[in-house]
Write a protein that binds this ligand. Structure first.
Ligand code: ZN
Length: 176
């Protein structure tokens, strides 16, 4: 049997280090769960409920009676669920990796209508052509500048060489 790597965490509450599986014992209290940085998960199903830990039966050492520990369920609200519980995060990370949950991008995408998607694509296209226009304008400006410099050198003995004449007409002739 390959040994499963246990992830090491640092609790954001007691700042103690603990390994995956050692969920209890926060700040020395064996009934208190450690906490980690909250992570938000996304589901395409608005009110998705995921059973993260199963109901367990333990023997109460004091009374000697069996006691039920309820399972934990992650309840998504409008497709979102945030948790700082590392055990729940491990379960949800696995489900995410298996495709049962989605990334934020995929979530947003799933919520857009076809019309909105088309509008978004149009918007991106407009943005791109706007950018292209700016680049082209900048290129033109640079070309013009270079042309002007060439003109200034007077290596083209043309009408542009008339002293004091606006360089604009001269440049056009040089570049034609
Ligand atoms: Zn802790």
């Amino acid at each position: 049997m390959p040994k499963i790597e246990r992830k090491e965490y640092v609790c954001i509450f007691c700042e103690g280090k603990f390994l995956s599986g050692d969920w209890m014992g926060c700040a020395g209290n064996k009934f208190r769960r450690h906490q980690v940085e909250p992570v938000t998960y996304h589901s395409k199903h608005d009110n998705h409920v995921i059973c993260c830990t199963k109901e367990a039966t333990v023997l109460n050492p004091t009374t000697g009676e069996s006691q039920k520990i309820p399972g934990y369920q992650a309840q998504f609200v409008n497709g979102h669920y945030t948790t700082s519980d590392p055990e729940v995060q491990e379960v949800l990370n696995r489900i995410l990796a298996e495709g049962g949950l989605v990334s934020l991008d995929a979530y947003v995408d799933s919520k857009l209508t076809d019309h909105q998607k088309a509008e978004r694509a149009k918007g991106q296209l407009a943005e791109q052509s706007e950018l292209l226009k700016k680049v082209q304008q900048e290129n033109e400006r640079l070309k013009a500048q270079i042309g002007e410099e060439k003109n200034g050198n007077g290596d083209e003995p043309s009408a542009a060489a008339i002293p004091g004449q606006g360089s604009l007409s001269g440049r056009r002739q040089v570049r034609a």
